[in-house]
Design a protein around this ligand. Sequence first.
Ligand code: PXL
Length: 292
Amino acid sequence: MTPDQAAPRLPLPAAGATPVRVMTVAGSDSGGGAGIQADMRTFALLGLHACVAVTAVTVQNSTGVSGIAEIDPAVVAAQMRSVVDDIGVSAVKTGMLASAPIIAAIAEAAADLGIGGDGALDEGGIPLVVDPVCASMHGDPLLAADALGTLKEQVFPLATVVTPNLDEVRLLTGIDVVDAATQREAAIALRDLGARWALVKGGHLRGSDRSPDVLYDGIEFREFPGPRIDTPHDHGAGDTLAAAIVGALGHGYPVPDAVAFAKAWVTRGLAAAYQLGAGHGPVNPLWRLSAQ
Ligand code: PXL
């Protein structure tokens, strides 16, 4: 299936029919632009039923994060088990995971529930998209410094796709992506950490008016060029991209088609981003509902 770049959409359920179900394991953003709220906006606008496992509650507005309350790791894992055992999901995303104990609980639950791992892209498997969120756009930490190793060791080997931005690539691999060659080197290093597919986003690559993302499966490098949308209002863009990948995987798209779809989706959202509060506004999945 070739994604429609102009009007990216997924098949919609008939009224009253149970939609495709997906789950996000992520933190809440009280400002409504990133984290769980970004994921749910995208899932809803794509016609999906969104389940959640909350990892942390952030106190946050358009100017930054001023507080974080972590959820008990056992409660995070229990949310995942409760949803999968009853409702069932066809794809899962992780975002802000906050701490090493939360990550360990999630990794154990995911392995038990058949989320990610080798069978993820087989019939009946549950693909896992790992957005390795480390900090907010303002630089507020969203992952404990001592949790990076746990994320790499316990979650990356389960990941169907990882979607780091260039700051996260540096933290995870030590590679400073400055050009196409280092972007490919980073994709190889991320796969070496255990992910089946690595998507290295080019959005923060300076000196270019294009922002090609590079997707690598250990065999082929695929480039996803896109226009660079120059806006200060890109809060939640990474979450939105990863959520749209989850939505497309939940519908059974192959990974490269899911990425192409998600890229078109977030590009439309960035073009429609709006100002909010005194700081940075969010990427806008509501473009789909906008008055012309
Ligand atoms: O955009 C990454 C992100 C994810 N999750 C939460 C966030 C942010 C960025 O601020 O607040 C809860």
